[in-house]
Design a protein around this ligand. Structure first.
Ligand SMILES: Cc1cc2nc3c(=O)[nH]c(=O)nc-3n(C[C@H](O)[C@H](O)[C@H](O)COP(=O)(O)O)c2cc1C
Ligand code: SF4
Length: 403
Protein backbone atom coordinates (compact mmCIF):
# COMPACT_ATOMS: atom_id res chain seq x y z
CA UNK A 1 0.00 0.00 0.00
CA UNK A 2 1.22 3.55 -0.69
CA UNK A 3 1.41 6.03 2.16
CA UNK A 4 0.74 9.09 -0.04
CA UNK A 5 -2.91 10.19 -0.25
CA UNK A 6 -4.83 8.30 -2.95
CA UNK A 7 -5.09 10.39 -6.12
CA UNK A 8 -8.49 11.04 -7.59
CA UNK A 9 -9.51 9.13 -10.71
CA UNK A 10 -10.08 12.43 -12.48
CA UNK A 11 -6.82 14.10 -11.49
CA UNK A 12 -4.42 14.50 -14.44
CA UNK A 13 -1.32 12.32 -14.17
CA UNK A 14 2.05 11.99 -15.83
CA UNK A 15 2.92 9.03 -18.03
CA UNK A 16 6.53 9.58 -19.10
CA UNK A 17 6.50 12.78 -21.18
CA UNK A 18 2.68 12.89 -21.31
CA UNK A 19 -0.02 14.30 -19.08
CA UNK A 20 -3.19 12.21 -19.13
CA UNK A 21 -6.43 13.96 -18.21
CA UNK A 22 -7.44 11.13 -15.88
CA UNK A 23 -6.36 7.65 -14.85
CA UNK A 24 -8.27 5.59 -17.40
CA UNK A 25 -6.86 4.16 -20.62
CA UNK A 26 -8.94 2.30 -23.20
CA UNK A 27 -7.19 -1.07 -23.63
CA UNK A 28 -6.61 -2.45 -27.12
CA UNK A 29 -9.55 -4.30 -28.63
CA UNK A 30 -8.88 -5.37 -32.20
CA UNK A 31 -11.35 -3.18 -34.09
CA UNK A 32 -11.90 -5.43 -37.12
CA UNK A 33 -12.38 -2.48 -39.45
CA UNK A 34 -9.12 -2.45 -41.42
CA UNK A 35 -10.08 -4.27 -44.63
CA UNK A 36 -6.76 -5.47 -46.15
CA UNK A 37 -5.03 -3.29 -43.56
CA UNK A 38 -6.56 0.05 -44.63
CA UNK A 39 -7.29 2.77 -42.05
CA UNK A 40 -11.06 3.13 -42.48
CA UNK A 41 -13.47 5.85 -41.33
CA UNK A 42 -14.98 3.23 -39.03
CA UNK A 43 -11.61 2.80 -37.31
CA UNK A 44 -11.30 6.56 -36.84
CA UNK A 45 -14.89 6.87 -35.56
CA UNK A 46 -14.34 3.97 -33.14
CA UNK A 47 -11.51 5.84 -31.42
CA UNK A 48 -13.10 9.28 -31.64
CA UNK A 49 -16.11 7.86 -29.81
CA UNK A 50 -13.94 6.41 -27.03
CA UNK A 51 -12.11 9.74 -26.75
CA UNK A 52 -15.42 11.64 -26.59
CA UNK A 53 -16.55 9.26 -23.84
CA UNK A 54 -13.92 10.54 -21.42
CA UNK A 55 -11.03 8.04 -21.45
CA UNK A 56 -7.65 9.75 -21.12
CA UNK A 57 -6.05 7.69 -23.87
CA UNK A 58 -7.38 5.24 -26.46
CA UNK A 59 -5.24 2.41 -27.81
CA UNK A 60 -5.33 1.48 -31.49
CA UNK A 61 -5.19 -2.28 -31.27
CA UNK A 62 -2.63 -4.49 -32.81
CA UNK A 63 -0.69 -2.67 -35.49
CA UNK A 64 1.68 -5.14 -37.13
CA UNK A 65 5.31 -4.20 -37.68
CA UNK A 66 5.42 -6.09 -41.02
CA UNK A 67 3.15 -8.13 -43.32
CA UNK A 68 4.53 -11.33 -41.73
CA UNK A 69 3.73 -9.92 -38.30
CA UNK A 70 0.00 -9.54 -39.01
CA UNK A 71 -2.56 -11.74 -37.27
CA UNK A 72 -4.31 -12.13 -40.65
CA UNK A 73 -4.61 -10.17 -43.88
CA UNK A 74 -7.13 -7.68 -42.48
CA UNK A 75 -4.62 -6.39 -39.92
CA UNK A 76 -3.09 -2.96 -40.21
CA UNK A 77 0.61 -2.85 -41.03
CA UNK A 78 1.92 0.36 -39.52
CA UNK A 79 4.05 1.57 -42.39
CA UNK A 80 4.40 4.78 -44.41
CA UNK A 81 1.36 3.90 -46.57
CA UNK A 82 -0.88 4.04 -43.50
CA UNK A 83 0.43 7.48 -42.45
CA UNK A 84 -2.32 9.75 -43.89
CA UNK A 85 -5.11 7.63 -42.39
CA UNK A 86 -3.38 7.33 -39.04
CA UNK A 87 -2.84 11.11 -38.94
CA UNK A 88 -6.58 11.60 -39.42
CA UNK A 89 -7.15 9.15 -36.57
CA UNK A 90 -4.82 10.82 -34.08
CA UNK A 91 -6.22 14.27 -35.06
CA UNK A 92 -9.75 13.01 -34.39
CA UNK A 93 -8.76 11.64 -30.97
CA UNK A 94 -6.85 14.79 -30.03
CA UNK A 95 -9.77 17.00 -31.01
CA UNK A 96 -11.83 15.17 -28.36
CA UNK A 97 -9.23 15.99 -25.69
CA UNK A 98 -7.77 12.48 -25.40
CA UNK A 99 -4.42 10.98 -26.31
CA UNK A 100 -3.75 8.12 -28.72
CA UNK A 101 -1.58 5.05 -28.23
CA UNK A 102 -0.57 2.55 -30.90
CA UNK A 103 -0.17 -1.07 -29.89
CA UNK A 104 2.62 -2.46 -32.06
CA UNK A 105 3.66 -6.06 -32.36
CA UNK A 106 4.56 -9.16 -34.33
CA UNK A 107 2.02 -11.99 -34.15
CA UNK A 108 4.56 -14.82 -34.25
CA UNK A 109 2.85 -18.15 -33.61
CA UNK A 110 -0.58 -16.51 -33.45
CA UNK A 111 -0.41 -15.48 -37.13
CA UNK A 112 -2.76 -17.04 -39.65
CA UNK A 113 -0.10 -17.95 -42.20
CA UNK A 114 -2.56 -18.92 -44.93
CA UNK A 115 -4.38 -15.61 -44.69
CA UNK A 116 -1.15 -13.59 -44.50
CA UNK A 117 0.46 -15.52 -47.36
CA UNK A 118 3.85 -14.82 -45.78
CA UNK A 119 6.17 -16.84 -43.61
CA UNK A 120 5.66 -16.47 -39.89
CA UNK A 121 8.19 -16.66 -37.09
CA UNK A 122 8.58 -18.45 -33.76
CA UNK A 123 11.34 -18.66 -31.16
CA UNK A 124 11.66 -22.39 -31.88
CA UNK A 125 10.06 -24.84 -34.26
CA UNK A 126 6.59 -26.04 -33.28
CA UNK A 127 3.09 -26.64 -34.53
CA UNK A 128 0.80 -23.65 -34.58
CA UNK A 129 -2.96 -24.17 -35.00
CA UNK A 130 -3.50 -20.66 -36.47
CA UNK A 131 -0.71 -21.39 -38.97
CA UNK A 132 -2.25 -24.83 -39.59
CA UNK A 133 1.20 -26.35 -39.61
CA UNK A 134 4.77 -26.25 -38.45
CA UNK A 135 6.38 -22.86 -37.83
CA UNK A 136 10.17 -22.91 -37.92
CA UNK A 137 12.37 -21.31 -35.28
CA UNK A 138 13.54 -17.91 -36.49
CA UNK A 139 17.14 -17.40 -37.59
CA UNK A 140 19.23 -14.65 -36.01
CA UNK A 141 19.10 -12.73 -39.29
CA UNK A 142 15.30 -12.91 -39.31
CA UNK A 143 15.18 -11.66 -35.74
CA UNK A 144 17.49 -8.75 -36.63
CA UNK A 145 15.04 -7.92 -39.41
CA UNK A 146 12.13 -7.83 -36.95
CA UNK A 147 14.05 -5.40 -34.72
CA UNK A 148 14.42 -3.08 -37.72
CA UNK A 149 10.68 -3.50 -38.41
CA UNK A 150 9.88 -2.39 -34.84
CA UNK A 151 12.20 0.62 -35.24
CA UNK A 152 10.56 1.69 -38.50
CA UNK A 153 7.08 1.18 -37.03
CA UNK A 154 7.92 3.29 -33.99
CA UNK A 155 9.03 6.13 -36.29
CA UNK A 156 5.79 5.85 -38.28
CA UNK A 157 3.78 5.98 -35.03
CA UNK A 158 5.55 9.19 -34.03
CA UNK A 159 5.09 10.73 -37.51
CA UNK A 160 1.40 9.80 -37.37
CA UNK A 161 0.96 11.82 -34.19
CA UNK A 162 0.60 9.01 -31.65
CA UNK A 163 1.35 10.06 -28.09
CA UNK A 164 2.30 6.60 -26.88
CA UNK A 165 3.56 3.32 -28.27
CA UNK A 166 2.50 0.12 -26.53
CA UNK A 167 4.80 -2.78 -27.39
CA UNK A 168 2.90 -6.08 -27.30
CA UNK A 169 4.72 -8.39 -24.89
CA UNK A 170 1.62 -10.41 -24.07
CA UNK A 171 -0.71 -13.22 -25.10
CA UNK A 172 2.11 -15.33 -26.66
CA UNK A 173 2.58 -13.06 -29.64
CA UNK A 174 6.20 -13.13 -30.85
CA UNK A 175 7.89 -11.13 -28.07
CA UNK A 176 5.82 -12.80 -25.37
CA UNK A 177 6.65 -16.24 -26.78
CA UNK A 178 10.36 -15.51 -26.38
CA UNK A 179 9.80 -15.16 -22.62
CA UNK A 180 7.85 -18.44 -22.35
CA UNK A 181 9.77 -21.58 -21.31
CA UNK A 182 7.36 -23.86 -23.22
CA UNK A 183 7.64 -21.92 -26.50
CA UNK A 184 11.27 -20.77 -26.46
CA UNK A 185 13.62 -23.77 -26.66
CA UNK A 186 16.52 -21.89 -28.24
CA UNK A 187 20.11 -22.52 -27.20
CA UNK A 188 21.61 -19.26 -28.42
CA UNK A 189 21.75 -15.77 -26.83
CA UNK A 190 17.92 -15.58 -26.91
CA UNK A 191 17.05 -18.85 -25.14
CA UNK A 192 17.80 -20.91 -22.06
CA UNK A 193 17.86 -19.04 -18.75
CA UNK A 194 15.19 -16.52 -17.75
CA UNK A 195 17.64 -13.68 -18.45
CA UNK A 196 18.38 -15.03 -21.94
CA UNK A 197 14.67 -15.42 -22.72
CA UNK A 198 14.24 -11.76 -21.77
CA UNK A 199 17.05 -10.72 -24.10
CA UNK A 200 15.12 -10.42 -27.38
CA UNK A 201 12.18 -8.43 -25.96
CA UNK A 202 14.76 -6.16 -24.25
CA UNK A 203 16.51 -5.54 -27.54
CA UNK A 204 13.24 -4.68 -29.26
CA UNK A 205 12.13 -2.31 -26.49
CA UNK A 206 15.46 -0.50 -26.56
CA UNK A 207 15.21 -0.15 -30.34
CA UNK A 208 11.65 1.19 -30.08
CA UNK A 209 12.67 3.71 -27.42
CA UNK A 210 15.61 4.97 -29.47
CA UNK A 211 13.48 5.25 -32.62
CA UNK A 212 10.56 6.89 -30.79
CA UNK A 213 12.67 9.50 -29.00
CA UNK A 214 11.70 11.08 -25.72
CA UNK A 215 8.55 12.98 -26.67
CA UNK A 216 6.25 9.93 -26.78
CA UNK A 217 5.59 7.43 -24.02
CA UNK A 218 6.72 3.84 -24.56
CA UNK A 219 4.84 1.18 -22.61
CA UNK A 220 4.58 -2.61 -22.77
CA UNK A 221 1.59 -4.89 -22.46
CA UNK A 222 3.32 -7.56 -20.44
CA UNK A 223 2.37 -11.17 -19.66
CA UNK A 224 2.49 -12.00 -15.96
CA UNK A 225 1.39 -15.58 -16.64
CA UNK A 226 0.62 -17.48 -19.84
CA UNK A 227 -2.05 -19.45 -17.97
CA UNK A 228 -0.82 -22.78 -19.36
CA UNK A 229 1.19 -25.63 -17.80
CA UNK A 230 4.95 -25.07 -18.26
CA UNK A 231 4.28 -21.59 -19.60
CA UNK A 232 5.51 -18.29 -18.20
CA UNK A 233 4.46 -17.71 -14.61
CA UNK A 234 5.27 -15.15 -11.93
CA UNK A 235 8.47 -16.86 -10.75
CA UNK A 236 9.94 -15.90 -14.14
CA UNK A 237 7.85 -12.93 -15.24
CA UNK A 238 8.64 -10.96 -12.07
CA UNK A 239 12.43 -11.09 -12.61
CA UNK A 240 11.93 -10.28 -16.31
CA UNK A 241 9.85 -7.24 -15.33
CA UNK A 242 12.63 -6.16 -12.97
CA UNK A 243 15.16 -6.47 -15.80
CA UNK A 244 12.95 -4.34 -18.08
CA UNK A 245 12.53 -1.77 -15.34
CA UNK A 246 16.29 -1.59 -14.79
CA UNK A 247 16.81 -1.03 -18.54
CA UNK A 248 14.84 2.19 -18.11
CA UNK A 249 13.27 2.35 -21.58
CA UNK A 250 9.64 1.89 -20.53
CA UNK A 251 7.40 4.59 -19.08
CA UNK A 252 4.86 2.08 -17.77
CA UNK A 253 3.79 -1.55 -17.96
CA UNK A 254 0.23 -2.75 -18.53
CA UNK A 255 -0.13 -6.11 -16.84
CA UNK A 256 -1.91 -8.93 -18.62
CA UNK A 257 -1.77 -12.71 -19.00
CA UNK A 258 -2.93 -15.61 -21.15
CA UNK A 259 -2.19 -16.96 -24.58
CA UNK A 260 -4.01 -16.32 -27.83
CA UNK A 261 -2.30 -19.54 -28.97
CA UNK A 262 -3.01 -21.91 -26.07
CA UNK A 263 -5.48 -20.37 -23.64
CA UNK A 264 -7.65 -17.70 -25.19
CA UNK A 265 -10.02 -17.21 -22.23
CA UNK A 266 -7.40 -16.52 -19.58
CA UNK A 267 -7.35 -12.77 -20.20
CA UNK A 268 -11.13 -12.48 -20.56
CA UNK A 269 -12.91 -14.61 -17.94
CA UNK A 270 -16.65 -15.05 -18.16
CA UNK A 271 -18.73 -16.97 -20.68
CA UNK A 272 -17.16 -18.85 -23.62
CA UNK A 273 -18.93 -17.77 -26.83
CA UNK A 274 -18.11 -21.03 -28.62
CA UNK A 275 -21.20 -21.20 -30.85
CA UNK A 276 -20.56 -17.63 -32.05
CA UNK A 277 -16.89 -18.41 -32.65
CA UNK A 278 -17.75 -21.50 -34.68
CA UNK A 279 -20.24 -19.46 -36.73
CA UNK A 280 -17.62 -16.76 -37.41
CA UNK A 281 -15.11 -19.22 -38.92
CA UNK A 282 -14.85 -20.99 -42.30
CA UNK A 283 -16.54 -24.43 -42.16
CA UNK A 284 -13.37 -26.49 -41.69
CA UNK A 285 -12.01 -24.30 -38.90
CA UNK A 286 -15.49 -24.30 -37.34
CA UNK A 287 -15.50 -28.13 -37.19
CA UNK A 288 -12.04 -28.05 -35.57
CA UNK A 289 -13.24 -25.47 -33.06
CA UNK A 290 -16.29 -27.57 -32.17
CA UNK A 291 -13.93 -30.41 -31.34
CA UNK A 292 -11.00 -28.56 -29.74
CA UNK A 293 -12.94 -25.51 -28.54
CA UNK A 294 -13.57 -26.64 -24.96
CA UNK A 295 -9.83 -27.38 -24.58
CA UNK A 296 -8.72 -24.14 -26.26
CA UNK A 297 -11.27 -22.04 -24.40
CA UNK A 298 -11.65 -23.31 -20.85
CA UNK A 299 -14.18 -21.49 -18.68
CA UNK A 300 -12.96 -19.07 -16.02
CA UNK A 301 -15.62 -17.41 -13.92
CA UNK A 302 -15.53 -13.62 -14.21
CA UNK A 303 -14.34 -11.68 -11.18
CA UNK A 304 -14.11 -7.91 -10.95
CA UNK A 305 -10.43 -6.86 -11.22
CA UNK A 306 -9.38 -10.48 -11.81
CA UNK A 307 -5.69 -9.74 -12.41
CA UNK A 308 -5.24 -7.72 -9.20
CA UNK A 309 -3.81 -10.57 -7.05
CA UNK A 310 -1.04 -11.16 -9.64
CA UNK A 311 -0.55 -7.48 -10.47
CA UNK A 312 -0.12 -6.69 -6.78
CA UNK A 313 3.06 -8.83 -6.79
CA UNK A 314 4.45 -6.60 -9.54
CA UNK A 315 3.42 -3.44 -7.69
CA UNK A 316 5.40 -4.63 -4.71
CA UNK A 317 8.48 -5.61 -6.76
CA UNK A 318 8.68 -2.59 -9.08
CA UNK A 319 8.88 1.18 -8.75
CA UNK A 320 7.87 2.04 -12.32
CA UNK A 321 4.31 3.16 -13.17
CA UNK A 322 1.94 0.23 -13.63
CA UNK A 323 -1.40 0.00 -15.41
CA UNK A 324 -3.89 -2.44 -13.93
CA UNK A 325 -6.01 -4.31 -16.46
CA UNK A 326 -8.56 -7.11 -16.36
CA UNK A 327 -12.21 -7.02 -15.45
CA UNK A 328 -12.38 -3.38 -14.37
CA UNK A 329 -15.97 -2.28 -14.48
CA UNK A 330 -16.56 -0.24 -11.33
CA UNK A 331 -15.47 3.09 -9.80
CA UNK A 332 -14.54 1.46 -6.50
CA UNK A 333 -12.23 -0.99 -8.33
CA UNK A 334 -10.39 1.94 -9.90
CA UNK A 335 -10.17 3.76 -6.56
CA UNK A 336 -8.85 0.60 -4.97
CA UNK A 337 -6.22 0.18 -7.71
CA UNK A 338 -5.01 3.78 -7.26
CA UNK A 339 -4.97 3.22 -3.50
CA UNK A 340 -2.70 0.20 -4.02
CA UNK A 341 -0.25 2.32 -6.01
CA UNK A 342 -1.24 1.57 -9.62
CA UNK A 343 -0.91 4.80 -11.60
CA UNK A 344 -3.56 3.96 -14.22
CA UNK A 345 -6.15 1.37 -15.11
CA UNK A 346 -6.96 0.04 -18.57
CA UNK A 347 -10.48 -0.98 -19.55
CA UNK A 348 -11.59 -2.90 -22.63
CA UNK A 349 -15.03 -4.56 -22.60
CA UNK A 350 -16.62 -2.06 -20.22
CA UNK A 351 -15.91 0.65 -22.83
CA UNK A 352 -17.08 -1.50 -25.72
CA UNK A 353 -20.36 -1.87 -23.88
CA UNK A 354 -20.53 1.86 -23.19
CA UNK A 355 -17.93 4.23 -24.66
CA UNK A 356 -19.51 7.05 -22.59
CA UNK A 357 -18.86 5.23 -19.30
CA UNK A 358 -15.99 7.42 -18.12
CA UNK A 359 -18.02 10.61 -18.55
CA UNK A 360 -20.82 8.93 -16.60
CA UNK A 361 -18.38 7.96 -13.84
CA UNK A 362 -17.16 11.55 -13.69
CA UNK A 363 -20.69 12.94 -13.57
CA UNK A 364 -21.42 10.37 -10.84
CA UNK A 365 -24.51 9.25 -12.72
CA UNK A 366 -23.34 5.61 -12.54
CA UNK A 367 -20.62 3.82 -10.62
CA UNK A 368 -20.59 0.57 -12.56
CA UNK A 369 -20.52 -0.40 -16.24
CA UNK A 370 -23.07 -2.59 -17.97
CA UNK A 371 -20.80 -5.27 -19.48
CA UNK A 372 -22.06 -8.75 -18.56
CA UNK A 373 -18.87 -10.61 -19.64
CA UNK A 374 -20.73 -12.75 -22.17
CA UNK A 375 -17.71 -12.28 -24.47
CA UNK A 376 -19.88 -12.33 -27.55
CA UNK A 377 -17.92 -9.27 -28.72
CA UNK A 378 -14.89 -11.53 -29.26
CA UNK A 379 -16.07 -13.23 -32.48
CA UNK A 380 -17.16 -9.83 -33.85
CA UNK A 381 -13.49 -8.97 -34.44
CA UNK A 382 -13.95 -10.44 -37.94
CA UNK A 383 -16.86 -8.22 -38.89
CA UNK A 384 -16.30 -4.93 -37.01
CA UNK A 385 -15.77 -5.24 -33.27
CA UNK A 386 -18.82 -4.34 -31.24
CA UNK A 387 -20.71 -5.16 -28.08
CA UNK A 388 -23.62 -7.27 -29.25
CA UNK A 389 -25.82 -6.07 -26.39
CA UNK A 390 -25.24 -2.42 -27.26
CA UNK A 391 -25.60 -3.23 -30.93
CA UNK A 392 -29.05 -4.74 -30.35
CA UNK A 393 -30.10 -1.56 -28.56
CA UNK A 394 -28.80 0.74 -31.28
CA UNK A 395 -30.76 -1.21 -33.87
CA UNK A 396 -33.92 -0.96 -31.80
CA UNK A 397 -33.35 2.75 -31.19
CA UNK A 398 -32.66 3.56 -34.84
CA UNK A 399 -35.35 5.78 -36.42
CA UNK A 400 -37.96 3.87 -38.40
CA UNK A 401 -37.76 4.46 -42.14
CA UNK A 402 -40.46 6.81 -43.47
CA UNK A 403 -43.54 4.88 -44.68
C1 LIG B 1 -13.07 -7.87 -28.79
C2 LIG B 1 -11.74 -7.82 -28.11
C3 LIG B 1 -10.57 -7.66 -28.86
C4 LIG B 1 -9.32 -7.61 -28.24
N1 LIG B 1 -8.20 -7.36 -28.98
C5 LIG B 1 -7.00 -7.20 -28.36
C6 LIG B 1 -5.85 -6.81 -29.09
O1 LIG B 1 -5.88 -6.57 -30.30
N2 LIG B 1 -4.69 -6.69 -28.41
C7 LIG B 1 -4.61 -6.93 -27.06
O2 LIG B 1 -3.53 -6.81 -26.48
N3 LIG B 1 -5.68 -7.27 -26.35
C8 LIG B 1 -6.88 -7.40 -26.96
N4 LIG B 1 -7.98 -7.69 -26.22
C9 LIG B 1 -7.85 -7.90 -24.76
C10 LIG B 1 -8.13 -6.62 -23.99
O3 LIG B 1 -7.20 -5.61 -24.28
C11 LIG B 1 -8.07 -6.89 -22.47
O4 LIG B 1 -6.78 -7.36 -22.18
C12 LIG B 1 -9.12 -7.91 -22.01
O5 LIG B 1 -10.35 -7.72 -22.66
C13 LIG B 1 -9.34 -7.79 -20.49
O6 LIG B 1 -9.76 -6.48 -20.15
P1 LIG B 1 -11.31 -6.14 -19.81
O7 LIG B 1 -11.69 -7.06 -18.69
O8 LIG B 1 -11.28 -4.70 -19.40
O9 LIG B 1 -12.11 -6.42 -21.01
C14 LIG B 1 -9.24 -7.75 -26.82
C15 LIG B 1 -10.42 -7.88 -26.07
C16 LIG B 1 -11.65 -7.93 -26.70
C17 LIG B 1 -12.90 -8.06 -25.86
S1 SF4 C 1 -20.55 -8.36 -25.90
FE1 SF4 C 1 -20.85 -6.52 -24.67
S2 SF4 C 1 -21.66 -7.24 -22.72
FE2 SF4 C 1 -20.77 -9.02 -23.77
S3 SF4 C 1 -18.64 -9.05 -23.01
FE3 SF4 C 1 -18.60 -7.90 -24.90
S4 SF4 C 1 -18.79 -5.76 -24.22
FE4 SF4 C 1 -19.46 -7.05 -22.51
Amino acid sequence: MTTAPTPSIFEPARLGPLTLRNRIVKAATFEGVMPRGEVSDDLINFHAEVARGGAAMTTVAYCAVSPGGRVHRDTLVMDERALPGLRRLTDAVHSEGALAAAQIGHAGLVANTLSNKTKTLAPSTRLSPPAMGLVKGATLAELDGVVSDFERTARVAVDAGFDAIEVHLGHNYLLSSFMSPNLNKRHDRYGGSVAKRAEYPRRVIEAVRVAAGSSVAVTAKFNMSDGVPKGLWLDQSLPIAQILEADGHLDAMQLTGGSSLLNGMYFFRGEVPLAEFVASQPKLVGYGLKFYGPKLFPTYPFEEGFFLPFARQFRQALRMPLILLGGINRVDTIEHALDEGFEFVAMARALLRDPQLINKFQAESVDEGLCIHCNKCMPTIYTGTRCVVRDALVVREAPRPAQ
